[in-house]
Design a binder for this molecule. Sequence first.
Ligand SMILES: Cc1ncc(COP(=O)(O)O)c(C=O)c1O
Length: 399
Amino acid sequence: MLKLAQRMGRAKPSAIMAVAEKAKALKASGRDIISFSIGVPNFLPGAHVYAAAAASLQKDSGQYGSNRGADALLDAFLKHIEAIGLTGYTRANCSTGIGAKHVLYSLAEALLDEGDTIAYAVPYWTTYADIADILGAKSLQLPCPASQNYKLTPAQLDAALATKPKVFLFNNPSNPTGMVYTRDEVAALADVIAKYPDTWIITDDIYNRMVFDSLGYHNFVHFRPELRDRVIFVDSLSKTYGMPGWRVGFIAGPESVAKALTTLNSNHITNIPEVITAAGVAALSGPQDVPTTKNAEFQAKRDQVMAVMNSIPGLICPRPQGAFYVFPDISCAFGKSHGGTKINNDVDFCNALLEAKGVACVPGSAFGEPKSLRISYTCPTPQLAPGLQRFQEFFAELT
Ligand SMILES: Cc1ncc(COP(=O)(O)O)c(C=O)c1O
């Protein structure tokens, strides 16, 4: 029998999609399901984005394009990141990909040889571990439990970087926790990074426009400009502009890394299609009222979710300040039962919640933290309050 490559034995389908699929199947069977599972923004981009895509269709838009990304797209991205203080980059510092996920995969291919180590905080976005596994890299996972607000401390980072991992992957604001590092916290981590010149730094900061409470977005290079020759900033249109399926991701970083990604593009994808490029330019450089309004809406929804989390006895829930996730520690429910169903862990909890109340959440073990679960609160607004009420009732009914 013919065998697949060994790396396929290490590749897993997304655990998040598995929950979403189950919720979808229950819905199709007629159940009333409220999904807090997938991290989709659930809004549409502005009309100017569709207009730009439509106008592009009228032209000869089906040709091969630049492996790095069209100049117009790179220029729009450069202007866009200037607004968050990432200045002085040129097109040569940038490259693009089919979403941040593809960009992150290519970065891992470009920076990690088999057996190299990539360090990142736990809880982590599931794909980090999966990409490392597929490529045969070692994951150095740095536990950041709810008791430390799911955030990495300078001492933890210091100890990790002292072991000289090839890459440190940082995610701020965080998926799955929604936590945002403050100005001082980012500055303190940047001081640690500056001590260890042997490690590449990837900042997966695709939620950088989704920050609440006037906290602002901060990057290591704001505090330590000398880190620019090894910090790679990752961004995406998916969440900010309500364009997850349009698939546009970016980096800004050292020229050598941008060139490596461009070379990989020339062998993987060739280019981002021109129609998508036109839409991306319009999103980045057109009116910004959709992302601004949505951010305010998400902040209000965060408050609504947190009011319920704070009302549940025993639940521990650090208050998120960005993205659109809440990540409660639900371990107080372990060992209890719901309607005769015993709950021993996060997966039991999520299955019982879905069966009994029709509410879909993702077990924390998908993100390396089995004491918790993830709530993505981007569902249609009228569903949020009933979904939260069912969550609350489920807890009240535990025996
Ligand atoms: C932290 C993080 N990075 C990257 C991605 C990938 O985003 P994209 O849709 O641009 O591939 C996601 C998507 O959920 C994410 O949460």
